[in-house]
Design a binder for this molecule. Structure first.
Ligand code: ADP
Ligand code: MG
Ligand code: ZN
Length: 179
């Protein structure tokens, strides 16, 4: 098979993990060898499983650095990566190397951090990907399609693991309301 890179991006609660799981399940139905990775720092629902907000899940391998994907993903046909924004800057190189060897890579992650800035390795991945799917959530203020993740909790660190109590999806207008 021909290798390629697919990126699924958007704000929190936009369905990135659901879409990733959907594509990976179809690959499994097609009897392809599938491997799923997530950063070991993401322990929100489960230490190993990739879990969506609707509590669908699939087993994955938690890893610390993106180069681990090269070792583990070498005789694999389809590689899924969730929460990719948390990985190091080597992730695009790693994905490129595997895609060049014929692996189908599906990467899901936040395209923007809570300040609206491009997040980690995702922007580079979007540039080198064959397919980019940008999806929206529902704005929790006005109900419009939401492109951004608004931080409700205090704190200025870029990475603050959290869920509904810490973040809500918002459209551009509502994201800028109290700025
Ligand atoms: P992501 O991985 O992008 O954070 P998930 O795939 O885990 O998203 O979850 C998406 C699901 O979250 C939706 O199908 C929906 O049931 C739920 N959800 C909760 N709040 C919202 C919201 N504000 N907008 C859209 N979906 C929401
Ligand atoms: Mg997710
Ligand atoms: Zn809004």
């Amino acid at each position: 098979q021909r290798g390629s890179i697919e990126v699924i991006c958007g704000p929190m609660f936009s369905g990135k993990t659901e879409e990733l799981l959907r594509r990976l399940r179809r690959a499994q139905i097609a009897k392809l060898k599938v491997e799923i990775f997530k950063p070991s720092t993401d322990t929100r629902y489960d230490a190993t499983a990739v879990v969506s907000h609707d509590l669908n899940s699939i087993q994955s391998t938690p890893i610390e650095t993106s180069s681990s994907i090269l070792l583990l993903g070498s005789n694999t046909q389809v590689v899924g990566i969730d929460e990719a924004q948390f990985f190091d800057d080597e992730l695009p190189v790693v994905c490129e190397a595997l895609a060049n060897k014929g692996v189908r890579i599906i990467v899901a992650g936040l395209d923007m951090d809570y300040t609206g800035k491009p997040f980690g390795p995702i922007p580079k991945l979007m540039a080198i990907a064959e397919f980019v799917t940008k999806i929206t959530a529902v704005c929790m203020v006005c109900g419009a399609p939401a492109s951004r993740s608004y931080r409700l909790a205090a704190g200025r660190e870029t990475v603050l693991l959290g869920e509904k109590e810490s973040y809500e999806p918002r459209c551009r207008v509502c994201f800028n309301l109290d700025k």
